[in-house]
Design a protein around this ligand. Sequence first.
Ligand code: NAD
Ligand code: ZN
Length: 344
Amino acid sequence: MRAVQYRHLGRGPEVVDIDKPEPGPGQIRLRVTAAGLCHSDLGLMSQPADQYGYGLPLTLGHEGAGTVDKLGPGVSDVEVGESFAVYGPRGCGRCRACSRGEENYCPHAAELGIKPPGLGEPGALAEYLIVHDKRFLVPLDGLDPVKAVSLTDAGLTPYHAIRSSQDKLFPGAHVVVIGVGGLGHVAVQIIRAITGATVVAVDLNRDRLDMALNVGAHHALLAGDRTADEIRTLTGVAGAQVVFDFAGAQSTLDLARDVVAIDGCIQIVGIGGGSVATGFGHTPLGVAVRAPYWGSRSELGEVLDLARAGLVEVRVEEFALEEAVVAYRKLDAGELLGRAVIVP
Ligand code: NAD
Ligand code: ZN
């Protein structure tokens, strides 16, 4: 089968032929109907040898959807032909976090060497994908896989971050969304759908800011030297109750610290390498700083429900599997609006 793999450190993705995988006991083989590209894939492929821990060759893709193609021995209650989104985070499946559906926070995954598809295990950027257990399958129930696939990360990750700050997102609150790309443009929609807060989008790219306004942001600001003052003009002296930073660079986290309200929250979602010093004198009184990771299984179900209700829609640019290298290049160059989705 055809697959998009990272095969040599520093060389970028390649479209290659590999063996079609067979499902083992308890496993399910999906024929992939859609797979999304994430900026994290570029982050992974830019890591030097002493930091890289995902194995080679690595079939990329941690946003996946597919129809059941073959069942491994012992799989019940799943039918060939059914259409699913894949819940990507993978834990031990037995601990407290996993039994709550929070496999993203399983404390045992690292020591057991358990890794998500596309982030250690073979991912969804291929014609077929092995899913380790039926608990990772969430029914699409009528959703178009191409439109829905990125909800498994670009929807789930912001939803998880937003839900954990929901008590601060009261009507009249201001929320700043820094970086309105793949994750950020979905974040804007989720905030509008489930809170009464006023959304201020910040980005370096004008087209992304226009998209943010199109999907519901109240204000859109170009990132620059004056952004903190411009945000203060909008929020008044109180500042922004919550800042979601989907870049996570030092400059954006400095901005977050400058505009966050007393008793507010900074959610660092982007893996841009920046940090925020916390404590008295560093951040306003009562401010919490979090670095949330992905989301829970039940939260994925809720994000899919938001899409079914027409409240959230991922802006998708479609590519064929053979065009994956071009799609990654566009993502890297900042030439995409929304999410790039590969349709094998
Ligand atoms: P993307 O490239 O689609 O979007 C990033 C956006 O941020 C772009 O619109 C870009 O113009 C903007 N941006 C970059 N630097 C900026 C700056 N200095 N100021 C303002 N805007 C800036 O990327 P994506 O796929 O949406 O991913 C966003 C980030 O989230 C990445 O760092 C990715 O690795 C990370 N991520 C984290 C998790 C998690 O669980 N924490 C999950 C998925 C992705
Ligand atoms: Zn991702």
